[in-house]
Ligand binder design. Structure first.
Ligand code: THU
Length: 161
């Protein structure tokens, strides 16, 4: 037996002012998007803003349903729309914000496990790292790629056995 350590590098920011203007705008768009969330059951509104390599920004919000599992997270709504509209354009970064109880989250909003899987598939497909920007009221956490949030992932090559 040998023990293998897997490390993840996380960048922690105390203010949106520490980012360049393009990233500040992406973060703001994810915050603006939360108002479009359809979250009558959880009351937890999530906004995602994606920057594509062609410069376009796509936003998405969580979409819930009375049949709970039929709903979808903001990140996957945005990712699937981006990949449908521009099937050949890599995703460069995604900012994620959440809003509940009348305020933005106090802890940076991380993508759920299923969204990590979808982000990683896109990252692998386009051979382009996706920067993940997790936003809260005061602090912002960034990882440089989806792989760092999902080590030991399941992927296409495993389907071949
Ligand atoms: N949700 C997202 O949209 N993204 C996440 O990363 C975490 C959770 C949504 C799903 C559901 O509508 C609500 O937040 C509560 O889980």
């Amino acid at each position: 037996m040998k023990k293998v350590d897997i490390t993840t590098t996380v960048l922690q920011y105390d203010s949106i002012d520490e980012f360049d203007k393009e990233t500040q705008s992406l973060i703001q768009k994810s915050k603006d998007a939360v108002k479009n969330a359809y979250a009558p059951y959880s009351k937890f509104k999530v906004g995602a803003a994606i920057l594509l390599k062609n410069g376009e920004i796509i936003t998405g919000t969580n979409q819930e349903n009375a049949a709970y599992p039929s709903g979808l997270c903001a990140e996957r709504v945005a990712m699937f729309y981006a990949n449908s509209k521009y099937p050949n354009v890599p995703v460069m970064s995604i900012a994620i914000s959440s809003f509940t109880n009348n305020h933005f989250a106090e802890v940076p909003t991380p993508p759920c496990g299923a969204c990590r899987q979808v982000l990683l598939e896109s990252e692998t497909r386009f051979e382009t790292p996706i920067k993940i920007i997790m936003v809260s009221e005061n602090k912002i956490t960034v990882v440089e790629n989806a792989k760092s949030l999902l080590p030991l992932n399941f992927e296409e090559s495993m389907l071949e056995g």
